[in-house]
Design a protein around this ligand. Structure first.
Ligand SMILES: C[S@@+](CC[C@H](N)C(=O)[O-])C[C@H]1O[C@@H](n2cnc3c(N)ncnc32)[C@H](O)[C@@H]1O
Length: 260
């Protein structure tokens, strides 16, 4: 792997520290969102999958469970170790490779599907990730991206969520709106199959902070942003207090595109 830039180092350091939280009991172990996008796609016998920023490996495990030959990659060594352990526990075979999402060590047209779930908002150059995905896909192959997003055309809400997320986890980059994803994917030469957001409840602020080991100082700053949130933010994210807990709804992007 080449020398990491500051954003990549921040992600690696954050996830190296927090890797133990992303195992089989993590909320991301529920792969219904992946299944909703990929269950309807049929892959040829011997198909190869690349899961980028695999984290706890949940998407990679879904793909391996479907019989694909899976390469799981990440910038954080501890995450790849956990993925390999989980795969072995389930009797599945997954190759793990340490590399960044902005540059892949693979030949052109090597994979039938490239997936990336709940990670692109950390990337230093998500558009370059799309370009790399397109390069390594075979004609007829699919790109699947799932990530936190923001509503199109809501700059105040976008900026608010950016500030909140950056305080919670300094390795956060930026959430990208669906229309921007759709444009990047089309401009990179893919056909868009699906690009939609689903509201996903953020039910417990304490869990949200613990996952990222947010400092007390930054927790207080997030709470101040919650209390002073303007109407556009309250509406866009359905920000509310329920049973004494702050809740909001993330727009989660689900994107599927095909290489002609
Ligand atoms: C929330 S986890 C991913 C969850 C996982 N994809 C799943 O389906 O359960 C985010 C992962 O992104 C990785 N990551 C962040 N920035 C990266 C980058 N620039 N290149 C590669 N991996 C990156 C982190 O190391 C971390 O493992």
């Amino acid at each position: 792997m080449a020398a990491l830039n500051d954003a990549q180092k921040a992600s690696r350091d954050q996830f190296q520290k927090q890797s133990a939280r992303y195992g089989k009991s993590h909320i991301l172990a529920n792969v219904e969102d992946v299944a909703a996008l990929l269950d309807g796609v049929s892959f040829p016998a011997g198909a190869r999958a690349l899961d980028v920023a695999t984290g706890g490996g949940h998407t990679a495990l879904y793909l391996a469970g479907r019989g694909l030959s899976v390469t799981a990659s990440d910038i954080t060594p501890a995450m790849l170790e956990n993925t390999a352990k989980l795969a072995a526990e389930r009797g599945l075979s997954i190759e793990t490779v340490l590399h960044e999402a902005e540059r892949f060590p693979y030949q052109d047209a090597a994979f039938d599907v490239v997936t990336c779930r709940v990670a692109a908002h950390h990337f230093s150059d998500p558009r370059q990730f799309v370009a790399e995905a397109v390069r390594v896909l075979k004609p007829g192959g699919y790109l699947m991206v799932i990530d936190g997003s923001v509503p199109d055309g809501e700059p105040e809400a976008e900026e608010w969520l950016h500030q909140v997320e950056k305080l919670r986890d300094p390795s956060h980059g930026r959430f990208i709106a669906p229309a921007v994803w759709a444009r990047w994917v089309r401009e990179s030469g893919l056909e868009l199959v699906e690009c939609a957001t689903t509201p996903f409840k953020q039910p417990d602020l304490e869990w949200y902070f613990q996952t990222a080991a947010t400092s007390e100082e930054n927790r207080a700053r997030v709470m101040a942003l919650v209390e002073s949130a303007p109407e556009s933010v309250r509406r866009a994210f359905r920000l509310a207090v329920e049973d004494g807990k702050v809740v909001w709804w993330w727009p989660r992007l689900g994107l599927l595109a095909r290489k002609p």
